[in-house]
Design a protein around this ligand. Sequence first.
Ligand SMILES: O=C(O)CCC(=O)C(=O)O
Length: 277
Amino acid sequence: MLKVLTRQQIQQYHDEGFISPIRVVSESEALSIKSQLEEVETQFPEEINAESRNNLHLSFEFLDALAHNPIIVDAMEDLIGPDIALWATVMFIKEPSSKHYVSWHQDATYMGMNNTDFPTPWVALTPSNLETGCMTMISGSHKQEIHKHEDTFEEHNILTRGQVIPEVDESKGVDLILKPGEMSIHNGAIIHGSKPNKSRQRRIGFSLQSYMSPAIEQVVGQNIWTHIRGKQRQDSDGLSLDRPKYNMDPVTVSQRKIANENLSNILYKGAKTKRNY
Ligand SMILES: O=C(O)CCC(=O)C(=O)O
């Protein structure tokens, strides 16, 4: 029996590679999460900034709560079954009137898994639209192989390697317009990207990348998984993570550091350069 998604939405996920929009929290709750985020950005600038944006859920309680939000997790269960672990999270922030963008890419390319078929919820904490630089999905492209990506390390490209698929048929592009508190869900193999934020407000999206069943294995490097629901994974670098009881709970801060080092080793394997995110 389905918990959150409809059969039609599941069909859309399989046919097009994404679903959108789905409400996760109310608009006012989303704005409260944004305020908490901005408070900790000021309080702990070393821990949370444009370069330190990975796995914030490991040491910030309000983001841990979002990673375990029952609407998100129930939607994941509808797609992948009852045994669920989270690979990592990324806070994608585009500052007002900035040049930052995300080039056409497929998430699974550098994640080092033995499969590319896994869902990523992306939760909007601010309006995400054509003006602020929402994500655009190339409908149906998750059915293609993983394309060759060129690593550009371009200054304004906020992907790790600035990786790009050079030729994309943009005619199949679908813009995912989200209000604060809504999410989209996209497949690990779908081609997607996003343009700069031309507005006078920040565009913030929390990407829960990705929820996976134990059938999907890490074959490059070693990841520290966040256990979410059902059977616990056995391949979590020997670590069972503590959840933060409050922001910057010290045990969890050191765990995040190790998790991010592991993540970086996976994402930059074989790359000529390594950025700090
Ligand atoms: O936030 C963005 O604009 C892009 C995010 C993205 O590529 C992802 O979550 O997979």
